[in-house]
Design a protein around this ligand. Structure first.
Ligand code: SAJ
Length: 400
């Protein structure tokens, strides 16, 4: 059995994976570039919010099976879980963190080891980037090293459940790599482990998030058209979804997070002449915040001294993650455009560098324009009467 695992990148994917493996009997070395992340984890604490992750990390660290450090070490299995952001201009994938992580493990990689890329990567990266680096920089030129892409598929907010329960795709650079990766994941995943090649695994992951983005774009476009007709889009969608083969997703203020708003560009960047629908869907979702802003501007113009309340900053319900959040972008624009006094409420964070946080009660008491931007559970009980006399822009269909 592979006993020692080195996980590079202790973020939203790496930390849950490292701590989970630590509680399953693996000896885990977690590697991260940030000193505060390493110190926090080695105290048995967490630097991100995810249900039950604190318990898991505490247990893995206190058992001695998980230790965080800043440099990789020898291991049987290496897991790379670092970010792959978008480079601007041009929405191009930036795989520099994957390259750097591969270089950092290369001196420690030995024949018989397994190297797994969980980061979301453009098609061709496993064989075209990771493999050549290991060939050039690992001992023995990576001979006998198994390399595979095993895309993470967990949903923030449900990471620990989905880490174990989801089916996994494993795609190796050769058949032995695929088999070795499948054997490893089968040791702790309850879902099915599905074998393929590296390029198909890369494309499948990108297609999953693109599927969601394109379908959300449809919902967002329909919601704008419904608005022109004076139709409640959420009621309309609920009715349309009663058809046995229709499942329209939910409109919102735009698409955020570090995956769905990013990954479709990885497909489009490699096939600009073919990815018409995919690029258009991205633009539809990226333009939705501007549509919300038009509503806020028009509402604010109706008041002499507008007090504008934004409910929520996170990129989606019940998380504290503000990355690529359309709600955060809208709050910033309300502030920057000087539309009025701004009050911001985000119940999942205690403080924010940019905004003094107000309570829900403050906003309900003082604001005359209220933009509901995130469907947090904390906002779900709100009733239409509580907004009487105020302008409500409900981007999530929460208040009926
Ligand atoms: N959203 C809508 N309407 C919807 C669903 C989502 O506006 O009907 C918005 C959300 O508010 C949010 C954004 O889309 O701003 C993305 O949220 P999400 O819950 O759809 O997805 P993520 O980004 O949290 O996680 C996704 C998941 N992918 C799929 O469901 C196909 C997850 O399984 C992946 O592991 C993750 O991306 C990732 O890391 O790639």
């Amino acid at each position: 059995m592979n006993r020692t695992v080195c996980v590079v990148g202790l973020g939203y994917i790496g930390l849950p994976t490292a701590s989970f493996l630590g509680t399953k009997g693996y000896r885990v070395i977690g590697v991260d570039a940030q000193a505060h992340v390493i110190e926090t984890i080695n105290r048995g604490e967490i630097h991100i919010v995810e249900p039950d992750l604190d318990i898991l990390v505490k247990s893995a660290v206190h058992s001695g099976n998980l230790r965080a450090t800043d440099v990789p070490q020898e291991a049987d299995v290496f897991i790379i879980a670092v970010p792959t952001p978008l480079a601007q201009p041009g929405n191009r994938p930036d795989v520099s963190f994957v390259e750097a992580a591969t270089r950092s493990i290369a001196p420690h990689v030995r024949p018989g080891n397994l190297v797994l890329i969980e980061s979301t990567i453009p098609v061709g990266t496993t064989t075209g980037v990771v493999l050549p680096i290991l060939r050039a920089e690992a001992a023995n030129g990576a001979d006998g090293v198994h390399i595979a892409h095993c895309p993470e598929r967990v949903l923030p907010g449900r990471v620990l459940v989905e880490l174990v329960g989801n089916d996994r795709i494993v795609g190796g650079v050769d058949a032995e790599s695929t088999e070795a990766a499948a054997a490893f994941y089968s040791s702790f995943v309850n879902g099915e482990v599905l074998k393929t090649d590296a390029a198909t695994a890369e494309m499948a992951k990108l297609s999953e998030n693109t599927f969601r983005d394109v379908n959300i774009a449809l919902a967002n476009e329909l919601s704008i058209i419904c608005d022109r007709h004076g139709i409640d889009p959420w009621q309309m969608i609920a009715l349309a979804n009663r058809h046995p083969r229709v499942n329209i997703l939910q409109p919102g203020p735009g698409v955020g997070g570090h995956c769905i708003a990013v990954d479709p560009w990885f497909i489009a960047a490699a096939a600009p002449g073919q990815a018409h629908l995919i690029s258009t869907a991205r633009r539809v979702n990226d333009n939705k915040p501007e549509w919300v802003m038009e509503k806020i501007r028009a509402a604010a113009a109706r008041f002499k001294k507008p007090v504008i309340g934004c409910l929520g900053l996170a990129f989606k319900a019940n998380v504290d993650d503000l990355r690529e959040s359309p709600a955060l972008g809208i709050a910033r624009r309300v502030r920057d455009e000087g539309l009025g006094e701004l009050l911001v409420c985000e119940p999942h964070i205690t403080a924010n560098r940019e905004f003094d946080l107000a309570t829900l009660d403050d906003i309900l008491r003082r604001a005359n324009v209220i933009a509901l931007l995130v469907d947090h559970t904390a906002f779900r009980g709100l009733r239409a009467e509580q907004f009487a006399g105020r302008a409500l822009i409900d981007t999530r269909g929460v208040v009926r």
